[in-house]
Ligand binder design. Structure first.
Ligand SMILES: [Zn+2]
Length: 97
C-alpha cells in the first residue's frame, strides 16, 4: 500500500436503535455509530410488519386512510338507502303510464 493515501480502517461498534443489537464491524469512520434498522429487526428479514417511522408519517397516513374508509362506507350506505327509497317512486311512475 502506498503510505499516506489510505484512510485508517478501525474496528467500530454499530448499535441498532430499533432493536438494541450491537454489531462489531470495521470502518474508516473511526468511531461507533447507531442505525435505525438492522437485519435483526428489518421487516424484510423478520417477515413481520413493522413501521420504520420516526416522523409520524405512517400514523398520519393511517389516520387519513381510516377516515377515508369510514367516509366510503357511510357514502355507500347513503347511496343504498337513497336507491331503496327511489325504487318505489320509479315503479309508481312506471305503473301510472
Ligand atoms: Zn435492529
Amino acid at each position: 500500500m502506498k503510505p499516506g493515501l489510505h484512510p485508517k480502517y478501525s474496528p467500530v461498534n454499530i448499535n441498532c436503535v430499533g432493536c438494541g443489537t450491537k454489531i462489531e464491524s470495521r470502518s474508516t469512520k473511526g468511531r461507533d455509530y447507531s442505525i435505525d434498522v438492522c437485519s435483526h429487526c428489518h421487516p424484510f428479514y423478520t417477515g413481520r410488519q413493522k413501521f420504520v417511522d420516526s416522523a409520524g408519517r405512517v400514523e398520519r397516513f393511517q389516520k387519513k386512510w381510516d377516515a377515508k374508509k369510514a367516509k366510503d362506507v357511510s357514502d355507500a350506505e347513503k347511496k343504498a338507502t337513497k336507491e331503496a327509497s327511489a325504487a318505489p317512486a320509479v315503479e309508481a311512475a312506471a305503473a301510472s303510464k
